[in-house]
Design a protein around this ligand. Structure first.
Ligand code: DX5
Ligand code: ZN
Length: 236
């Protein structure tokens, strides 16, 4: 399946939960992945931070490559790094299925997004919390994934900012029909419904998944809350 195919297949599902590895037990990554696979997770969200674009340092290509050897889950790589164009090949070679770059990190996103597509990954464009949505709208059609941060990027466990949903609605209107509209930050059973109704179909959840003892029950609760909100909103 090429990147356009898996992206549009997921977008038709309307609700996909992508656990963010940042909140997992880094000393037991293989075990964490097995637990997520048993919970029928399809997408794993991986946060790459360089200490420059955001004030934290996390994962690089070697860890992505090690994960790739252990799982066939889609690896959704969120690049919170300056000059992301320097590392696209390395992360793609490591096994990233999607590569999302921050609008705040590039002068001109279009060539970077096109390069990601040429490498065979799904190109994603990210709007940090606090950046006006107008900055990203002109490029919306170039991206397979449009990711809105609902917290300032850099750390897990922060409080959800509901006004990020205004950006989600604007991006949903500007995006291609089969794009993934992703949200990241503070997603849990309290916040996921409003995000679904605003147009999100790919929900990153870090602490919202990993703080639970039973990942499957927690992921099912998140997904069913989102579906319920959607059916209420459409009257079905
Ligand atoms: C934060 C990261 C997130 C983080 C989300 O900058 O991009 O993916 O893991 O964590 P929660 O779901 O705990 O807000
Ligand atoms: Zn993220």
């Amino acid at each position: 399946m090429n990147s356009e195919e898996w992206v549009s297949a997921l977008s038709r599902e309307r609700v996909t939960i992508a656990p963010s590895l940042l909140a997992s037990d880094f000393a037991n990554l293989e075990n964490e992945i097995r637990r997520l696979e048993r919970a029928d997770v399809k997408v794993l969200h991986i946060d790459v931070m360089d200490g420059l674009l955001v004030p934290n340092i996390t994962i690089g290509p070697p860890v992505v490559a090690a994960l790739r050897k252990k799982t066939s889950l889609k690896l959704d790589v969120h690049l919170m790094i300056v000059k992301p164009e320097r590392y696209l090949e390395a992360f793609r070679r490591a096994g990233a299925d999607s590569l999302s770059i921050h609008i705040e990190a590039v002068e001109e996103p279009t060539p970077v997004l096109r390069h990601i597509r040429e490498l065979g990954a799904a190109p994603g464009l990210v709007l940090n919390y606090g950046t006006p949505v107008e900055k990203i709208l002109p490029y919306a059609q170039e991206a397979d994934i449009l990711l809105t941060m609902s917290v300032p990027a850099g750390f897990g466990g922060q409080k959800f900012h509901a006004d990020a949903l205004d950006s989600v609605r604007a991006l949903r209107r500007a995006a291609r029909e089969d794009a993934l509209i992703e949200i990241d930050g503070g997603i849990d059973v309290e916040t996921i419904g409003a995000a679904a109704v605003a147009g999100v179909n790919l929900f990153v959840a870090g602490t919202g998944v990993f703080r639970a003892d039973d990942y499957r029950a927690q992921i099912d609760a998140l997904a069913s809350t989102a579906y319920q909100a959607l059916s209420g909103a459409t009257g079905n």
